[in-house]
Design a protein around this ligand. Structure first.
Ligand SMILES: [Zn+2]
Ligand SMILES: [Zn+2]
Length: 274
């Protein structure tokens, strides 16, 4: 049974999808469950728009569980954007509300939002990718140190090499080995922090046609002792729920990752990937 544990609905600023439509799609596909991970971005430029309404979101999850909960697991998650200057706001939000899964994702570097071309101009595809990965390493270290002070704060590291989507989009460049030295440190930090990496299939559907991360990174994670990852479609529309999981599962298995990490009430269970 597969679980899609990274997807969005109308509770995120960049999606208009009715959450019911995501659930119905997951049922059609025979998923074991789906976990909504709505955006929570505290960057000053995004704060007004990029936050979901906690009360409405919680109500919707309760309603969906009533309606469909006997047929599949419906998780309430959150995708927190890495903004360490706002640690207090983030920690307070996580303490005050209940989640099944908390994803930490990097969408910004010191050059700006990763999806905006101007931050890439001087750096080029490899330099821009390295800057992104360095920021992800900072994020993983931050998660580790917060975890030491507060107990685990984040469960999953989202799309750890998202920069490859934009290196491809802006420069038609794709090499999953760029920044391998930094990726190594990210993966070691994940293992130390109990931060499970995601394999994100949104770039199989659009972009370089490969998941984030790709086979070499998955293989390296297994080599370093990783056992499981989460699968995430990052769907913003129902037709993309669990998109290309049939492609990603062999990438995991053939590179030594035989477990699917599944989170309920912030607790990790590892299910064998068939
Ligand atoms: Zn994201
Ligand atoms: Zn997302």
């Amino acid at each position: 049974m597969l679980y899609d544990q990274h997807l969005h609905s109308k509770h995120s600023f960049d999606s208009e999808t009715e959450p019911d439509d995501n659930v119905r799609r997951a049922l059609e596909l025979g998923l074991g469950g789906l976990t909504f991970t709505e955006h929570f971005d505290t960057h000053a430029d995004e704060w007004t728009a990029c936050r979901y309404d906690e009360a409405r979101y919680t109500d919707d999850i309760a309603r969906l569980r009533d309606r469909y909960g006997d047929r599949l697991f419906i998780g309430k998650g959150i995708e927190i954007c890495y903004q360490p200057q706002n640690a207090r706001v983030i920690l307070d939000h996580l303490e005050q509300h209940e989640f099944d899964l908390v994803i930490l994702s990097v969408h910004w570097t010191r050059r700006g939002a990763i999806h905006q071309r101007r931050g890439w101009e001087e750096l080029g595809p490899v330099g821009g990718t390295r800057l992104y990965l360095e920021t992800v390493l900072d994020a993983a270290r931050w998660a580790n140190s917060l975890g030491e002070q507060h107990g685990r704060v984040f469960d999953v590291l989202g799309h750890l090499d998202l920069a490859r989507r934009y290196a491809h989009r802006f420069f038609n460049h794709y090499d999953p080995n760029d920044g391998a030295d930094i990726v190594d440190e990210i993966l070691r930090t994940c293992l130390a922090a109990e931060l499970v990496p995601e394999i994100n299939t949104s770039t199989v559907r659009a972009g370089p046609g490969r998941p984030m991360p790709d086979a070499p990174v998955v293989a390296r994670y297994a080599e370093l002792g990783g056992r499981a990852m989460i699968l995430g479609s990052d769907a913003h529309r129902p037709e993309h729920v669990a998109g290309h999981f049939g492609y990603a599962v062999p990438v995991l298995r053939q590179n030594g990752i035989t477990g699917q990490a599944v989170y309920r009430h912030r607790r990790l269970a590892i299910e064998t990937l068939e």
